[in-house]
Design a protein around this ligand. Sequence first.
Ligand code: UN1
Length: 491
Amino acid sequence: MSETLTGSPAKNYVGGEWRESASGESYEKRSPWRPSEVTGVYPASDAADGRAAVEAAGNAFPGWASLPAAQRAAYFGRTANAIEARAEQIAQDMTAEMGKPLRESRLEAIRAATILRFAAGEAWRPIGELYAPSVPNQLLYTLRRPLGVVALITPWNFPIAIPVWKLAPALIHGNTVVLKLGYEAPRTGLHVAECFAEAGLPAGVLNVLTGAGSKVGAELVRNPSVRAISFTGSVPVGRAVRDEATARNCRVQLELGGQNPLVVMADAELDRAVEAAYAGAFWSAGQKCTATRRILVQDSVYDDFRERMIARIAAGKVGDPADPDVEVGPVVNEGALEEILGAIARARKDGTVLAGGVRTDDDGYLIAPTLVEGLADDAELSCEEVFGPVAALYSFEDFDEAIERANAVRFGLSAAVFTRDQHVVQRFSEEIGAGIIHVNSQTAGADVHVPFGGVKESGWGPHEQGRAAIEFYSETVTVYQDAPLPETRLA
Ligand code: UN1
């Protein structure tokens, strides 16, 4: 490992160089499991760093955009190799700094390399369409071109997958990038910068900054040289980003919250449904925008499901995220811990806590997987996104009721149904208000080669990932290419 990451403080990656913040300020990142332990010191970047990164990306753009896409892809292959070579270190660092259980961190580190390999393939796929012309001797076609400098504002909860699934399509389509890493997980993302540097990426093509969104992120939103912003995070911040950036005609893509339902029909394989509910609600301590928040169970199997779910929670392994057997680790910081415990306390007023509901470690920000029942459909836990290991249980009579209640939230990211009935499957896929639909599997998870994104208030702009990503990271132009007149050709 190079000293840029192990050294203290770590540095931003701007214009192909490792740099301190312009102000010299830095911040300490602490472990959510053992908060007395500092996991690293990182640049507290501000507007000046944002401007320098945008400038570096702007300078690199003409050269990068003019490279054949296959040459751009070659850097991806080398970077994917570098990520795989240090995947275990990335996973350990991810777990240490933001508390994701190691078993999930390992999968995420490898997923980053897979995303790069998929995106590299875009170099050999079509970037336009040929049309029949309306006049003789003409070629009429569309062409996708890069936008220029794009800014990626990323969260801490998928600290390598999300940065990579944004930067990979951005770069392969010829843009240059300024990437702002999640405040709570800078080290994980800096590994990506190092791997691209190792792969010999030209200076300024990818610039990576750490620090607070309110300081450095704000500059990226406002900077007139930034042509597009892709943001994943909370609803209020996302909306503010959109309103400010679209006002200056900047493209914006938002991936925001979810309030994701899992519907269990009476004919479901109950043990599978319980397993999916547990994983969806509690893995990564429920800190996924795709996490299961509401579990709706048909009344004739409600008691049975409830009993099995409580037993599954009792059998779950909760604790030190670095233990590879642990399924549920701490939440990211003290503020999150307090917010989640606050929401649970409010839920106790009209609901019953069937499991968990308490902090279970004096030191770590650990909340036991929490299951609540008896909440009204307009209760906070039924409508809002509480970003922690908390899910609520509801019973319903028939499918019509289930779909109506599942849809009665402003969010629409992911949803799952457990059933053996093809008729129900079909209706669910047509009627559920969600961008990602799972049949007989958990609400979380995202394959690298298919579109990802929500409907309703869960998102804005074109979807991410898969081939869909080209929509956001390129602009279409239409070319009317008339041939020279025959005489001219003969002359
Ligand atoms: C997943 O479920 O694996 O921030 C991906 C999030 C989402 C990504 C979820 N944007 O949780």
